[in-house]
Each structure stands twice: as C-alpha cells, then as structure tokens.
Design a protein around this ligand. Structure first.
Ligand code: ADP
Ligand code: MG
Length: 630
C-alpha cells in the first residue's frame, strides 16, 4: 500500500488557518487597523463597501514597509514584532503572530501599497488566494494602504455564513470602536458605502468616549484612577442612575488592548451593588496598565480573552477603585473604607434603593383644557373605543354558569385564588353588571399599588401597574398594526442625541416608532428632533424616554426572542404604565378597570404577569371557620 500522508500546499494551509483568525469582515478590519496602529500611524482611515463583503480598505500614515518587507508580510509567521519566544512575554504591540496578512491573502484579493519615509518610490503588490500576482514600484503616499476585495471568494461556505449587511456592519463598528477607544491619540475615520460614519480627531480618552457614545456621556460618567504596584486602573465609569438593562457599554482594556473578563466584570458590578437594580448594568471604560509579563494574551486566536497572573488581587483593586470613584463624586453615602465589608448591609438597611425611573408627568398636556388628568382616564378618541362587544360575550358566558358554587377555584397556599377561566368570566361580568346598575361600589387604592374592589363573587384586587401595562400593550399593538398611534405635539421640539448603534436602531425602527405616535425627524448624524410623543405616555424628557425605550427594546428582543413589533409594544407598555406609588382617584381607578376589561386578554400582561387576583366569598368564609373541632 502506498504512503498516504501528504503535506498540504501553503495556500490550503493558509486557508484553513484563516478560519481561525478571520471569521467575518470585522475581523479583517481589526487586524488591518491593529497593524496600522503598530506601525505608529497618527491617522487611520477605514473605507468599507457592503459591510466589508466587497471592499475593505485601510489607509494609514505609519512607517510603511520596504519592498522586501512588503512581499514578506504575506508569509505565514512573518512578523516584525517578536524575534524569540521570550518576546512573547513582553508584548507591547497589538499583533505578534504574523498570521493576519497571510490569512487574509488566502481568502480574498488583496492589494497593498506602501512607502517608507526614506524611499522615494513605494511598492505595490497584488495577491490572490495566497499568490502574488503582481508587484511593481509605484508612486504613493507615505504609509500603507491595504485593499481587501471579495472576502471569502474562494470559500463559498464561509461567504454563505455571513449575516446580512446591517449585522456585519454592526460587528465592524464594534471592532472599530474598540480600537478607537484604545487609541484616542490617533485620528480615525470610517466610511461605509460613501457616507462618513465616524470621524475622530486626535483627542483625550474622555473626548473619545463622548465622540463615540454621544454628547450626553460627558455628564453620565465619573473619572476613576487608582495606581498600585500590581496594576494601574484609569478611565471612566457610569453614574448609577444611568445604568441600563443591557450590558452595552462595558469596556476593559489592558495595555491598550480590548478584552473581556467576566470575573473583573463582576468586580465592577459588585461595586455598584445596592446602587443599581439587580438586572441593570452600569457602563464603564476601564484602562489597565500592567507589566506585560503578568498577563498572557496568547490564549485565544482572536485575543479578546486575557489571562492575568494575579486575578484575585486585581479583582479587589478594581472593586475598591470603582467604589472610591463613586464615593468621591457623592454617588454613594460617605465612604468609610474601614467599614468596607459592612458597607452594603448598612447602606441598604437604612436607605431603600429606588430603581431609576423615567420621570413621567401624568398631568403634562399643554393643549388640554379640561380637568381630566391621566391619559388613560381620557381614552383618546383615536384609540379603539372600549369594546363592549367583548364584554357582552363575557356576560353570555357567565349566564351559562347558574351559580357561583359551580365555579371551580383553586386555592394556593397563601389563601388567594388562582383565577381560572370560568371565574374570570364571573369577575368581568360582575364588574360590568355593577357598573351598568350605576352601583357605585366603594373602590379603594391599597398602598398606592393595588386597586381593591368588592364584586358580587368576592373581592377583586387589581395590580395598577400590570393592569395599565395590559391596556397600553393592546393600544400600542393596535397602533403598530393600523399606523394610527395618537401623537401629542411637543410645545418645544427637542433635539435628542444617540450613539451610532442606537441612532441606527431608531432609523431602522422609523416606521414603527412613527406608528406608536412619535414624531421624529433626523437631524444630523446621530441626532433627531422630537416634535411629538405618543399621547398615552407623557414624558418630561424625550431623550430619556427614547433611550429607555431603546434599551428595553434591545433587552426584550434579545431575551424574549420575539418579533420587533411585539417587542416594541411590550416595551412601550412597560415604559408607559403607571408605576406603584402613583395616587389614583376614584374616577381614574374606575376608568382603569373599565379599560382593563375591555382588553382582549385582561388577565395577564403581555409578559405573563397576572393583572388581578380574586378572593371568592368561599375563600373569605373559609378564613373564618373555627379551628376548634367540636
Ligand atoms: P503581526 O501583526 O502579528 O506581526 P501581520 O500578518 O498582521 O502579523 O503583519 C505582518 C507584518 O507586516 C507585521 O509584523 C509588520 O511588520 C508588517 N505590516 C503589516 N501591516 C503594516 C502596516 N500597516 N504598516 C507597516 N507594516 C505593516
Ligand atoms: Mg497584525
């Protein structure tokens, strides 16, 4: 039998290796821009077409390459950044494996133009599928320009695997932002399909964060600085009141390299403990400087995971640095570091933590002259009328049940009755009949949270927030279907600003947002002018409202995996609903209950939380049965 082992040709080996380094267009940008940074560039331009699928170009003003180096740069394991294995332990550059260019050249058409300062002529090289197809001297600017065309042209399986342009472009932005955040001293620009998406001049860290995240970030962050013998921590952390439901803006950099670290992330999160609700996340931009010998960046081919020698100590340093920064800016009660351990307990014990909420002013309505207060007490005429037809159906159902005794109820260990189908019918029709009879039963608000009302079959307890959530959900769902969201014009149109990704999302949701009743116009790159807000949600601050909605929307979409209209309707309902603590008058409570029963599905919020609970007469009687067995 003949021998069967063969050496793979270089081109094939490179293609296989490319799979590790280059997963998508964003990886190409990461590698090329990192090379430009390593070459000492002060200005780096990125040009992308079709989310990088047809063209990625990176142009820098760095030190350039000699003719020989230019040719060599495409060889596997060709690097100018390390010379021996020892160098691996003191890496100060972004690259060091010498794999990136070889990988890219294996799976795309690459054109390189480069010139060093000392050379009068530069070098132009074209590579296709790892083969140099052209090399010549050329006139070109000092520095280096790489063009990568038709990525994965020879790996159809990979190409097919690429996501739609907006998704791939979002990955590109993510990579681009990470590098831009690491190197504020370098000017960067990004163009996509002939429009300029970003343009950053040379600036400081704070300015760079604001350039990327949006103007309002300046007020949202406090500086952090801690120098220790193990590690220096520098950067900015978000004020607790700006915590978000998604992890979004959380960045760690070590020696100017972005990395992820769940354990350190926990350190930051735990420093915010008791300052923000459990399911919310503060933003942070933390830059660590550490002796390269104390970290290992070699453990992952795409290098976002980094191992630290002294993780436990660093954890403690991060936690205390974050606490100190929060304390210094009076974001926590005065800090006493000797009490650090007991801190959480004493704090949470004497001061209840209130989740940051959007201030909603239910009375706000510049055009309203009558005395009706809450919008839900004033069913806007544009909304579907309360559907009495639905109520009649319930009544019919009720007629089928001769007596309350037939209603099966199930009692939970806490003595409350779980509502089941027949009982639901009873409740709604009970309520209905009493209303029709003009029977003004006493309803009262309990702890500014529940509405308590006697009904024929017992006592009904309504959760005011969840009930309102259900009402709003059905309204917004209707608005999205019919494009008939009622809008409340703003007296003074307001400009709102977002970071690129969120602004993009708002543009993407343009139609839906308009259908909900927002009147929004684009104004400059990532800004919008708000002329009107949905009538059912009267917010005092459109910026906060929109930011909040976008946040919860992202959260709903990713956690619940529902379609975008559904996610929006749920988000708006959660956002706009009256929260516990809101005082309701009699008329408002009645109106709320009426509207709840006019809903298609009154008993649960869209998220599945019960809106009301019933205690039947039987339940009540049972509570007074003598326990003496006589
Ligand atoms: P690595 O960055 O790990 O060294 P790469 O394959 O990314 O490997 O690059 C190979 C080599 O090509 C680099 O070590 C560097 O010497 C040279 N090089 C790549 N890009 C540039 C650039 N933009 N300017 C100058 N030299 C470059
Ligand atoms: Mg490199």
């Amino acid at each position: 039998m003949p021998d069967i082992i063969q050496l793979l040709p270089d081109a094939v080996a490179n293609q296989i290796a490319a799979g590790e380094v280059i997963q998508r267009p964003a990886s190409v940008i990461k590698e090329l821009v990192e090379n430009s940074v390593d070459a000492g560039s002060t200005h780096i331009e990125v040009i992308v077409k079709d989310a990088g699928k047809t063209l990625i170009q990176v142009i820098d003003n760095g030190k350039g390459m000699s003719e020989t180096d230019a040719r060599l740069s495409f060889e596997r394991h060709a690097t100018s950044k390390i010379k021996s294995a020892d160098d691996l332990f003191s890496i100060h550059s972004m690259g060091f494996r010498g794999e990136a260019l070889a990988s890219i050249a294996a799976i795309a058409y690459v054109e390189l133009k480069t010139r060093r300062n000392e050379d009068s002529l530069g070098t132009k090289i074209e590579v296709q599928g790892s083969k140099v197809v052209m090399q010549e001297s050329c006139q070109c600017n000092e520095g280096t320009s790489f063009s990568v065309k038709n990525l994965f042209y020879n790996v159809p399986a990979r190409r097919k695997f690429l996501k739609a342009d907006p998704v791939e472009f979002r990955h590109i932005i993510e990579e681009f932002q990470r590098i831009a955040l690491s190197y504020p001293e370098v000017a960067f620009s990004l163009h996509h399909n002939n429009t300029e998406v970003f343009h950053f001049s040379k600036e400081n860290i704070k300015q760079r964060i604001v350039s990327i995240m949006g103007g309002n970030y300046a007020q949202r962050m406090v500086p952090i600085e801690e120098k220790t013998t193990i590690i220096d921590v520098l950067g900015f952390i978000g004020k607790p009141e700006y915590a978000k439901k998604t992890r979004g803006e959380q960045y760690f950099f070590v020696n100017k390299r972005f990395f992820r670290h769940p354990y350190f992330q926990h350190a930051v999160q735990s420093a915010y403990e008791a300052l923000i609700p459990q399911n919310e996340f503060a933003s942070y931009f933390l830059y660590f400087t550490i002796d390269p010998k104390a970290i290992d960046i070699n453990i992952h081919p795409t290098k976002t995971e980094i191992k630290f020698e002294d993780e436990k100590h660093i954890y403690a340093i991060i936690r205390s640095a974050v606490r100190q920064a929060l304390g210094k800016h009076n974001l926590t009660p005065t800090l006493d570091f000797e009490r650090e351990q007991t801190f959480d307990v004493s704090f949470s014990a004497d001061k209840p933590i209130v989740a940051p909420t959007i201030k909603v002013n239910p009375d706000f309505n510049p055009f309203k002259t009558n005395t009706e207060k809450n919008t839900y007490a004033n069913p806007n005429t544009i909304w579907p009328k309360i559907d009495t037809h639905n109520k009649e159906n319930w009544q019919k159902l009720y007629e089928g049940h001769e007596s309350e005794k037939q209603v099966s109820t199930e009692t939970s260990p806490f003595g409350e009755t779980k509502i089941n189908q027949p009982l639901q019918t009873v409740i709604s029709s009970d309520w209905d009949k009493e209303q029709q009879a003009g029977d003004e039963k006493v309803i009262s608000q309990l702890h500014l949270k529940f509405i308590l009302s006697p009904v024929k079959s017992g006592i009904m307890l309504i959760h005011q927030q969840y009930a309102h959530e259900r009402i709003l959900y059905e309204r917004f769902r209707y608005a999205l279907q019919s494009n008939k969201g009622a809008s409340q014009r703003q007296l003074f149109p307001q400009t709102v600003e977002f970071n690129y990704t969120d602004a993009d999302l708002i543009k993407e949701l343009n139609t839906e947002i308009a259908a909900l009743g927002f009147e929004i116009r684009e104004f400059g790159k990532n800004s919008f002018i708000v002329d009107g807000l949905p009538a059912d949600i009267s917010a005092s601050d459109p910026q906060q409202l929109l930011c909040g909605i976008i946040e919860s929307y992202k959260n709903n979409l990713s956690v619940l995996k529902i379609d975008k209209r559904e996610a929006l309707a749920q988000t708006m309902a959660q956002y706009g609903s009256i929260k516990p603590g809101t005082k309701l008058n009699n008329e408002e409570m009645r109106s709320l209950i009426d509207q709840l029963f006019a809903c298609e599905t009154p008993y649960y919020t869209a998220g599945g939380k019960p809106t009301l609970s019933m205690m039947s007469m039987d339940d009540l009687e049972k509570r007074f049965i003598s326990t003496n067995k006589r």
